[in-house]
Each structure stands twice: as C-alpha cells, then as structure tokens.
Design a protein around this ligand. Structure first.
Ligand SMILES: [Zn+2]
Length: 220
C-alpha cells in the first residue's frame, strides 16, 4: 500500500480511498481535490468562451492556481487528470496567448500609424497598443515578454515620429522656412530623447539632427 498522498503515512491500520488519501485525511482533503478538479473544468469552459486576451489569461491563471492545489498532493491519481502535464499545457497556452496579443496589437499599431496624418496620430496608434499590452501584463505572473515588447514598440514609435519630423523639416527648408525647419529638427531630437537612454542607433540620428539644428542657426 503506498503512503497517503497528504500525510504520507503508510500503515496497515489505515484505509485508503481511490485518490490515495488515508481515512483520516480524506474527509478534509477529498473535497479540496474535487473542488480543484471542478475549478479546472469551469476555468477551461470560461477560457473557451472568452474573447479578450485578458479574460483568457485570467482563466488560465485560475486553472494554474487549481493545478498548484493538486500538485501539493504528490502521487495523486485521478482518472484523466495529470496536474504536471496540465500545468505545462496551460503555461504553453499562456505563452501563446501573450505572443498572439503582442502580434495583434503591433500589427494594428503599424497599420494605423501608416494611415495617420501626423506624428501625433502616429504616436497615438502606438500609444494605444502600448497601453493595451501594459494592461495585459496585470494578467500574467511573469510580464518580461510584454515589457520587452513595450520597449520595442516605443522605440519603433519614436523612430517613426523622428523620421516624419525630419521629412517635414527638409520640406520646410526647401520652402525657405528656415526657423520652422530648425524647430522641427529640435522636435525630432526630442522624440528620440524622451524615452530613457537612447541606443547607439538613436544617438547617430540625434547627432545628424543636431548638425542640422546648428546649420540652421542653433537652438534658440
Ligand atoms: Zn493521510
């Protein structure tokens, strides 16, 4: 007879139920196990119905919580439920859900930025994607992938806004509006500088823009 899955006692004086609990532990622990198993199937049903990634992630988190409960009973035998296997499947689903959400928001941000008429509109489309991803971070235990995506999205946004302002500055100069061109270059530099430390690629761009600012009379 294997030991009880809760108190680990292995004794000929104890009787064991189908789950592997001894008759001392069964009254308290059999309902906990049954509750967790029911919770897993309810969370699976609500995940299937959920349309928003946040709701899907919340259902996955709930299922993982129930898995934790089951995994505390080492040696638990339950027809059709393998907590360790289920956990790895749920973790994979969570990763897939987060990655899909990042792809979707990114795609949408790029599409909208392409249609945007101004740097402000361009930044706004990325801003929306960034804040949606930040909301999503609250529904996962490890937000590292989301945080990384947010950093990349910000850099892409700042780069696009910069390029757009530089194009406008060049146009203004062609039209003979020198001080307008200079102001646009100053704005372009600001677009790259506002989010933390600029990387090497950004530093090069900033230097080029600074040269134009100098050439056009320097900062006011
Ligand atoms: Zn026991």
């Amino acid at each position: 007879m294997p030991a009880c899955i809760h108190c680990q006692t292995d004794s000929q004086f104890l009787t064991y139920d189908a789950l592997g609990l001894c008759h001392h532990c069964a009254p308290q622990h059999a309902p906990i196990i049954a509750g967790a198993i029911q919770g897993i199937s309810e969370a699976a049903a609500s995940r299937t119905k959920a349309r928003r990634a946040a709701d899907q992630l919340e259902a996955l988190r709930e299922s993982l919580g129930h898995c934790d409960v089951l995994q505390a009973y080492a040696g638990l035998r339950f027809e059709g439920v393998d907590p360790a296997k289920l956990r790895s499947e749920l973790e994979q689903m969570r990763t897939d859900t987060v990655e899909q959400a990042i792809r979707d928001h990114w795609f949408e941000a790029r599409e909208r930025a392409r249609d945007a008429a101004s740097p402000k509109g361009m930044a706004g489309s990325y801003g929306k994607a960034i804040s949606r991803l930040q909301d999503l971070a609250e529904h996962v235990d490890d937000a590292a992938v989301i945080e990384k995506a947010v950093i990349v999205l910000r850099a892409e946004r700042d780069g696009l806004v910069f390029e757009d302002l530089v194009r406008q500055a060049q146009l203004a100069e062609q039209q003979g509006r020198k001080s307008r061109a200079r102001d646009l270059y100053i704005e372009a530099v600001f677009a790259l500088r506002k989010d933390g430390t600029p990387d090497a690629y950004q530093t090069d761009k900033i230097e080029l823009a600074e040269k134009q600012i100098e050439r056009l009379g320097g900062r006011p």
